[in-house]
Design a binder for this molecule. Structure first.
Ligand SMILES: CC(C)(COP(=O)(O)OP(=O)(O)OC[C@H]1O[C@@H](n2cnc3c(N)ncnc32)[C@H](O)[C@@H]1OP(=O)(O)O)[C@@H](O)C(=O)NCCC(=O)NCCS
Length: 343
């Protein structure tokens, strides 16, 4: 067994293909009933990293050159608006092939990540896992759950369309003068205001409010960068905003659809500025987005979204829409000092 630095753009085709198989195998473990992402998309994702992040990867090979484990460490670089807030933080992933778990391969990879983190001056790791094995592993090394979340899912065939139409009617009625606008790239004249609202409301979600896990920070430049980044990977990124009569943007919701994974839609962030809450805007935005999905993507199987289990306002809306828990999701935080004590 040996741990090797893995640089996707410099490796050979055989290792790249083994990595793709390994990735698909892991997707099957997490979501056994779903079609995994197609190999071409996985290849593109790993070969074309975001230029706003520094990323390091390692692979554990068996003597026969089979992949037994994989680790990744990344952090926002100077091009990212998150550079300052995340200066001492690195995001990590460790995956060990199922049959080779509990043999300390994960611990060996963690050692490598700690060495790299120390070299970079990082003090904290963040990671996301859907699996109990991941949660227990991180807890073993002194980590904590920064946000206890669920992946919630609503199957298209179960959507109550009449109810959604009613929500839209009620929304218009309750918030007189407010209108909904829909776009992919944010209009140039709105980008400053939109990215401000996005950052404010994102960081008010309970997942990030405690400060244990860093939420996103978006600027006009980073938004433009990611619009292009996701388009190149086959994604369509649709946003709806609510606009007050005086022109102010007060709320937003967004979804991602990928033509290479046409069975699903990812519902991402929904946010309404505090001053404008309590008028049914969140419900209206989400119902309006569903009608958009019906018109444009009627062949999907389901819509999935991630929520903190203590995000009562969002969960109340999602429950009424029919979303049900699909699986757990833990955002975890771990101090490097604590790992070193344990290693
Ligand atoms: C998390 C993961 C990488 C651990 O890899 P591993 O090689 O099995 O881990 P180790 O053998 O080094 O485990 C070290 C310690 O962590 C704890 N641990 C690991 N897996 C555990 C499990 N399933 N249940 C309880 N404790 C566990 C144990 O205390 C273990 O020591 P022990 O076996 O002597 O009791 C592996 O389970 C995995 O790939 N899970 C899916 C991906 C994931 O969720 N990754 C976490 C995000 S970074």
């Amino acid at each position: 067994m040996g741990i090797e630095l893995f640089i996707p753009n410099k490796t050979n085709e055989s290792i790249l293909n083994k990595y793709i198989d390994f990735n698909i195998e892991f997707q099957r473990e997490v979501n056994p009933d779903d079609p995994p992402a197609p190999p071409e998309l996985i290849r593109k994702a790993i070969l074309e990293d975001s230029s706003q992040e520094e990323i390091f990867r390692w692979i554990v090979f068996s003597e026969l050159k089979e992949i037994l484990g994989y680790a990744r460490l990344s952090y926002p670089n100077k091009k990212s608006p998150m550079f300052e807030t995340n200066k001492s933080i690195a995001d990590i992933t460790i995956i060990v092939t199922k049959e080779f778990r509990r043999k300390k391969i994960g611990s060996e990879l963690l050692k490598v990540l700690v060495d790299k983190a120390k070299e970079l001056g990082k003090k904290t790791f963040q990671t996301v896992t859907n699996l109990e094995s991941g949660r227990k592993f991180i807890e073993h090394f002194g980590g904590i759950i920064a946000a206890d979340r669920s992946r919630n899912r609503l199957y298209y065939r179960e959507i109550k369309w009449k109810e959604m139409e009613k929500w839209c009617e009620e929304g218009k009625e309750r918030a007189k003068g407010v209108r909904i606008e829909t776009f992919q790239d944010v209009p140039e004249e709105d980008i400053e205001e939109f990215t401000k609202i996005y950052t404010i409301t994102e960081n008010q979600a309970p997942d990030y409010e405690s400060g244990d896990y860093q939420g996103l920070k978006v600027t006009p430049e980073s938004r433009r960068y990611y619009e292009q980044f996701y388009t190149e990977k086959g994604y369509t990124w649709i946003t709806k905003i609510t606009r007050e009569e005086d022109g102010t943007i007060c709320g937003l919701t967004e979804i991602f659809y990928n033509k290479h994974m046409p069975h699903m839609i990812e519902q991402e962030m929904t946010g309404v500025l505090p001053k404008y809450r309590g008028r049914g805007l969140g419900k209206w935005l989400k119902a309006d987005m569903f009608l958009y999905i019906k018109e444009n993507y009627p062949k999907i199987d389901y819509i999935e979204t991630g929520n903190a289990n203590n995000n009562l306002p969002m969960l109340a809306i999602n429950k009424k829409m029919g979303y049900k828990k699909h699986m757990s999701e833990y955002l975890m935080k771990i101090e490097i000092k604590k790992i070193e004590e344990k290693l």
